[in-house]
Design a protein around this ligand. Structure first.
Ligand SMILES: Oc1ccc(S)c(O)c1
Ligand SMILES: [Zn+2]
Length: 267
């Protein structure tokens, strides 16, 4: 089957053909209708807490759908908020658009941001690894950070510096200078949370989403670097009808929240 992607031929509106879960009722992303969000004292009573080990950020890879930093989960943990048990960090990556007026996956009252950072965690209290956890409704948690155009982001710059060495699909390189995921999170920890899915095929409906309310800044030049990644392998033909195979956009449009509850913690 033709590899899924973000072009007219293989983009989000075609995914359900090969990945039926993509047509499910707890899909992500969604538009955050802030008027619908209910504040929940149980969230306030269990503050979200995380611990990351910067030295455990191992490799960065061009997945063909963007860049992804794979992490050795040991020593990391995310607890509290809506979560039962302990979740460990598996990887982090980003979604962006062809220009900075769009590119985030979640929107807030219909407003898009320039990009969105996803820190993917798996429930290590109940499952053996991320792959197993991805098959269960409480298996994964993704911390989402909205990115808006502003100052250069020093921590993300460590990712940008590695992009030239993973220009083509499948290329990967060691992350030599430790990247601290905690430094990519916003200062205020207010968030929205709802039950959803991975935003890429197979779109497993196994994600507890925690989307921070406060956007974090990234520069136009850094966004431009993301768009220089190519979606095809070095030496192969460019299969996509995108601008000569450049990964200029890799965000999924929003899906209906339906009857799902949207909760918030903090103002
Ligand atoms: O490997 C991935 C897991 C989750 C999400 S939202 C991705 O975009 C890639
Ligand atoms: Zn993602």
């Amino acid at each position: 089957a033709a590899e899924w992607g973000y072009t007219k031929r293989n983009g989000p509106f075609t995914w359900a053909k090969n990945y039926p879960t993509a047509a499910g009722i707890r899909q992500s992303p969604v538009d955050i209708d802030t008027a619908l969000a209910t504040s929940d004292s149980s969230l306030e009573s269990k503050p979200l807490r995380w611990k990351y080990v910067p030295q455990n950020t191992r490799t960065i890879v061009n997945s063909g759908h963007g860049w992804r930093v794979d992490v050795d989960s040991e020593g990391s943990e995310l607890v509290g908020g809506p979560l039962e048990g302990t979740y460990k960090l598996q990887q982090f990556h980003c979604h962006w658009g062809s220009s900075s007026d769009k590119g985030s996956e979640h929107t807030v009252d219909g407003q898009s941001y320039a990009a969105e950072l996803h820190l993917v965690h798996w429930n290590s209290s109940k499952y053996a690894d991320c792959g197993e956890a991805a098959d269960y409704p409480d298996g994964l948690t993704v911390l989402g950070v909205l990115l808006k155009v502003g100052a250069k982001n020093p921590e993300l710059q460590k990712v940008i510096d590695l992009i030239p060495s993973i220009s083509h699909r499948g290329e990967k390189t060691e992350v030599k200078e430790a990247i601290d995921p905690a430094k990519m999170l916003p200062k205020t920890l207010s968030y929205w949370t709802y039950l959803g899915s991975l935003t890429v095929p197979p779109c497993n409906e196994s994600v507890t989403w925690i989307l921070f309310k406060e956007p974090v800044e990234v520069s136009e030049e850094q966004l431009a670097a993301f768009r220089s990644l190519r979606c095809y392998k070095r030496g192969e033909e460019c299969p996509c009808d995108e601008v000569d195979g450049l990964l200029i956009s890799n965000y999924r449009p929003t899906l209906p929240l339906g009857t799902r509850e949207l909760r918030e913690c903090g103002s």
